[in-house]
Each structure stands twice: as C-alpha cells, then as structure tokens.
Design a protein around this ligand. Structure first.
Ligand code: NAD
Length: 398
C-alpha cells in the first residue's frame, strides 16, 4: 500500500515509517520539525540522539532498501498538503502530526491557542485535501484515551447505544477532556466523524493510551535510524520519564496519590495496532473508533515495576510522590473496552518487564545526555495557572 505518515519525524511517526517499510509498504512522510523546537523550548533534548532528516533518509535507504518520500512543510498549509496528497496518492494517511502534550498546552493562553489551532487546522486541512485529491483513502487519525477522561462508568469504543423516552440510537460516547491538548483531540474527533458522515470519507479514529519504549526490532542496530525519546515535563510520557529518572539516580515522581489509572502500551504494540488498522480499512463513509492500549495500570504501580527492574541493573531507585501540578481525579473508576483491535488479531506483548529492561539498557548508554538536562523533568506547569519553581515532596514510597 502507499501510506503517508504526517508527523514522520516524531516519536511514533519515525518508528512507524520503518515498521511499514519492513512490511513492504511504500511510505511517504510530512513534517516541519516542530517537535525538535518544542523540546528545545523546554530546555531539553531527546535522550536517544536523533539524526537530522537528511541523515535519517540516507540511513533509511541503507537499512530498508527503499526511499522514504519526505515532504517538508506545514500541515496547516492547504496548498502544500493538497500537492503532497496529489503527488503521492496515498491509500492510507496516518495522521500523527499534532502537538501531543497536555502540559505544553496548559502553559499559557499562547500555548493553548497554538495547540488548538495547529491540531484542528491541520485536521481540517487534511479532511478537505482528502476530499479533493484522495477521497477513497483511509484516514487513521490519532486521538487519545484522554479524550474520554475518567468517567464513573465503563468506556466503550467510541459509541454507545442509547434509549431515551422509548426511542433508541447509537451516539458518540461523551468526552471529558482534562487539558487544552486533549480538548483539541475531542474537536478533531467531532470533525473527522462529521466529514465521514457528510462526504463519505472513511476513518479509523484511534484513542491511544500512553506509549513507552525506546525501539522496535525492525530498527536493527543502526544508531542513525533510532527514534527520539523525551523525558522533560511536557514531552516525556509517564513511564519514559520514570525510566530516565531511574537511570540518573533521581527519585521517580508520581503526581499526588499516584492512583490515577491509564491505558499503556509499548511502542512495538502501537506499531502493530496502527498497522492492523491500516491493513484492514473501514468501508467508505465509515467512521470507527479503536481504543488502543494493552493494559491499564496505576501510576505508582508502574513506578514500582521500574524500581524492580532498575534493581536488576544495580540502580537504587527511590519513589518520591510530588504535589500534583494537574487538576485531575487521583483515585477513580476506570474500565475502558478494547476489543476491536483484538478482534483484528492484535497480539499484546504482555511483557512489560522485558520492555523496561530494553529501555533502561538503551538509556544507560546516554546517561550524560539525560543528566545534562535533568532540570527539564521537574513539573512547574500547573493546571491552575500558577508557575512555581519549588516542587512540594510528599511522603516517599519505600
Ligand atoms: N506518544 C504517545 O504516548 C501518544 C499517546 C496517545 C496519542 N498520541 C498521539 O499520537 C501522535 C504522535 O505522537 P508522538 O508522540 O509521535 O508525537 P511527536 O510530537 O513526536 O510527533 C508529532 C510530529 O508532528 C510534527 N508536527 C506537528 N505539527 C505539525 C505541523 N503543523 N506541520 C508539520 N508537522 C507537524 C512534529 O514536528 C512531530 O515530529 C500525536 O497526535 C499524539 O497526540 C501519542
């Protein structure tokens, strides 16, 4: 298949381009390197060194025996996107090219507006460009499990059956976002669903859990085709940040009670699931939702797992909960469905320990890079609008 990945220079996009090429697909990508600037703005850098795009493309050809067709440009620029779609004629577009951080979107009004403008404009541009250039192409759109929030009822996959005053219908399950970033994804979801309904486009909207991991096997051993790995307060996802903390001897810092529950999945499972969605497209006009995660864990539960694996590497890992910078429920019911991908053949890895061992081993090679930017992992962006430099420590967990 011809598959175009927006956000191909990012954490998931780069890995996916390699995974798909290894399966024999023809891959193209779009990016304008915003992620590199955002991480710089946070005073940080990727723990795993990543090559410039020109070097990445050479290494890609050397390792995978085919070119990645790369279009540099802004996804909110309609003419640029339309021309890229017309020239590559994708059969599937995997839309990853958005600003992906909740804390970044909560910094101030400028970051909130940037997040919602970048994400929603990019999605609208893509829907219009698809309608004009490639109306039969499938859109695999990355949303997040965070769109649903943490309601006190089970979470279905996108839709639920409703009966009201004797009449029945199938409606979109209500979303309750907890940041401007998550809210941008809710708006995207509404826009994509409507475009499918009105224009007969087809889309799989992926409500993805938190992804962790440094690599997939398809990357081989060439350092030039590694994907990035961030650990700063905005762009480091929870487990990735904990692993980086463990490697440089800093305590792992669950927020508040640490009983927040979320769905997680390793990078290799994310690649497997996205590929299942791509290779099993919906009917034209169909909009479907997949909840994409492997298992649900509490945040402190994860910290304890990393502590245990760290001990195998001789790391003395402490866990030091800190005051929660976010406004969120710290103890709650959480029971999301995730049957659709399993029905398509998703085989969950189910070996978090082995994955964490790989992550710690990879990160230990780059300890100095994490050490040199360690201040960037302390959370001083607060949901209530205050920004404080000191972080209040709660009782340590032994
Ligand atoms: N990583 C996770 O744990 C996770 C979990 C759930 C959902 N997601 C979603 O998956 C997608 C990819 O996540 P990621 O972790 O790879 O993020 P990422 O920031 O590493 O990748 C996004 C890429 O898109 C590019 N981009 C953003 N706006 C652009 C624009 N206007 N024009 C051109 N390029 C642009 C960035 O430069 C970046 O390279 C995001 O939509 C994110 O919300 C990620």
């Amino acid at each position: 298949m011809r598959i175009l990945i927006t956000g191909v220079d990012g954490y998931l996009g780069w890995a996916l381009s390699i995974y798909l090429a290894k399966r024999g697909h023809k891959v193209a990508g779009i990016d304008n390197y915003l992620r590199r600037s955002w991480v710089g703005e946070m005073g940080s850098q990727s723990a795993i060194p990543i090559a410039k795009m020109a070097e990445r493309l050479l290494a890609y050809r050397k390792n995978l025996g085919q070119n990645l067709r790369f279009y540099k440009g802004d996804l909110t620029d309609y003419n640029f996107v339309l021309n890229a779609y017309k020239s590559f004629r994708p059969e599937a577009i995997v839309y990853l090219g958005e600003m992906p951080s909740a804390p970044y979107s909560m910094i101030d009004v400028h970051h909130a507006i940037f997040t919602q403008t970048n994400n929603q404009m990019g999605t609208l541009v893509t829907l219009y460009a698809m309608r004009e250039a490639v109306p039969d192409c499938q859109l695999v759109k990355l949303g997040t499990m965070g769109e649903y929030g943490t309601p006190n009822v089970d979470i279905p996959e996108g839709f639920f059956d409703i009966e009201y005053r004797g009449r029945k219908d199938r409606m979109m399950f209500p979303r309750q976002a907890g940041s401007w970033y998550h809210q941008s994804k809710v708006h995207d979801t509404n826009n994509v669903e409507m475009a499918c309904r009105l224009w007969n486009l087809c889309s799989t909207d992926i409500m993805q859990g938190v992804v962790y991991g440094t690599r997939i096997d398809e990357m081989g051993e060439d350092d030039a085709i590694r994907t990035r790995f961030d650990f700063d307060q905005c762009f480091g996802t929870a487990i990735n940040r904990f692993c980086a903390q463990a490697v440089i001897g800093l305590p792992l810092t669950p927020y508040g009670k640490g009983k927040q529950r979320r769905g997680f999945l390793p990078l290799r499972d994310s690649m497997q699931c996205l590929t299942l969605a791509i290779e099993n497209p919906p009917e034209s006009g169909e909009y479907r939702t997949f909840n994409q995660f492997e298992e649900v864990y509490g945040i402190t539960e994860l910290a304890l797992k990393i502590q245990k694996v760290g001990a195998e590497f001789g790391l003395d890992v402490q866990i030091q909960p800190i005051e929660n910078p976010r406004i969120e429920m710290e103890e709650h019911y959480y029971n999301p469905d995730h049957q659709h991908l399993l029905d398509l053949g998703y085989k969950p890895t189910h070996d978090m320990k082995a994955e964490l061992q790989i992550v710690l081993k990879d990160l230990m090679r780059h300890k100095e890079r994490i050490e040199s930017r360690k201040e960037a992992q302390f959370p001083d962006i607060r949901w209530d609008g205050s920004r404080r430099n000191s972080v209040k420590l709660n009782k340590p967990i032994l």
